[in-house]
Structure formats: C-alpha cells, structure tokens
Design a protein around this ligand. Structure first.
Ligand code: FES
Ligand code: FES
Length: 158
C-alpha cells in the first residue's frame, strides 16, 4: 500500500508517493535532501533535525505521513554559497565546525530559536542545542556562534 503526501520543502511544493511506514528522514534523503544526516537513528543525536512548521524535529523518529501538508526546512533551504545565513557565517567565524556531520541539524535547531527571538540568553541557546550532539568540535564555539549570529541579525554586530 502507498499513500500520497504533500509537503512544502524549502518553499517549494512537493508531492511524494510513500509507504505509510516510511520515516521522514528516508523520504527526504531519497528525494535529494542529503543534508539530513542519519546518525543514531533513535532520536538521540540530532543529526537528522529538520524544521517542521518552524519547529526543530528529529526526522528519524517521525513518520513522513505525520508531516503531510507540513512546511519543512532543510539546510539546503538556508542561505546560499554566495549569501550564507548569518548563522552559517558565525559558525565559520567562530571555528565551530570540524567534520560538519552534525552541523545541518545544529544550524536548524539554532534557526528555530532565532526565528523566535533574536535576543536569546546563553542558557536558551544551550537548551535549543540540547538535542544535538557534536563529537568533534565541542559546544562552546557553537554557542558563541549562535549568540553572534543573533547579534548580527539584531544589527548590533557586523
Ligand atoms: S539520526 Fe535522528 S536523532 Fe540521531
Ligand atoms: S563537527 Fe563533527 S560531529 Fe560536530
């Protein structure tokens, strides 16, 4: 049995035929959104985070069918090579990236926070990134980068 789902991904309307038991991560990766990484596959590491209706969700523990009619953002839809998002620039500036495997998920969790407030406290940044594990960079640069991006987006910093 198959079913049809409608999604808006990175501002583009999409229709996919899926198996009702398929996970959102599998549908997204099959359709070319390979920034959505498979890490633990059990909702722990955050490598598979996407924004669903503005909220950071772990796509390895969500059925694609549950996202039907939803709006999804993956990192393919955030910034471009020529015009990176302030978060992307800040992560580079702060040296907050090593292998990069965790970074799409971390950026999206951070984006969900900054979409709500451009004046987050350090504690709020820590909470927003709490579900994202990074095995190689450590978190202090990443937290600093989120705070810096917020300041840039507020216009307090270049
Ligand atoms: S792969 Fe989804 S949380 Fe780790
Ligand atoms: S940069 Fe390598 S896991 Fe985070």
């Amino acid at each position: 049995m198959t079913m049809k789902i409608n999604l808006t991904i990175n501002n583009h309307p999409k229709t996919f035929i899926i198996d009702p038991s398929e996970l959102l991560i599998d549908v997204l990766r099959r359709e070319g959104y390979v920034s959505v990484k498979r890490g633990c596959d059990e909702g722990t590491c955050g490598a598979c985070v996407v924004l669903l209706n503005g909220k950071a969700v772990k796509s390895c523990i969500l059925l694609a069918a549950q996202a039907h009619e939803g709006t999804i953002t993956t990192i393919e839809g955030v910034g471009t090579r020529d015009q990176p998002h302030p978060l992307q620039l800040a992560f580079v500036d702060e040296g907050a990236i090593q292998c990069g495997f965790c970074i799409p998920g971390i950026l999206l969790s951070a984006k969900a926070l900054l979409d709500k407030t451009l004046s987050p406290t350090k504690e709020e940044v820590k909470i927003a990134l709490d579900g994202n594990l990074c095995r190689c960079t450590g978190y202090s640069g990443q937290i600093k980068a989120v705070l810096k991006a917020a300041a840039v987006m507020r216009g307090d910093k270049k």
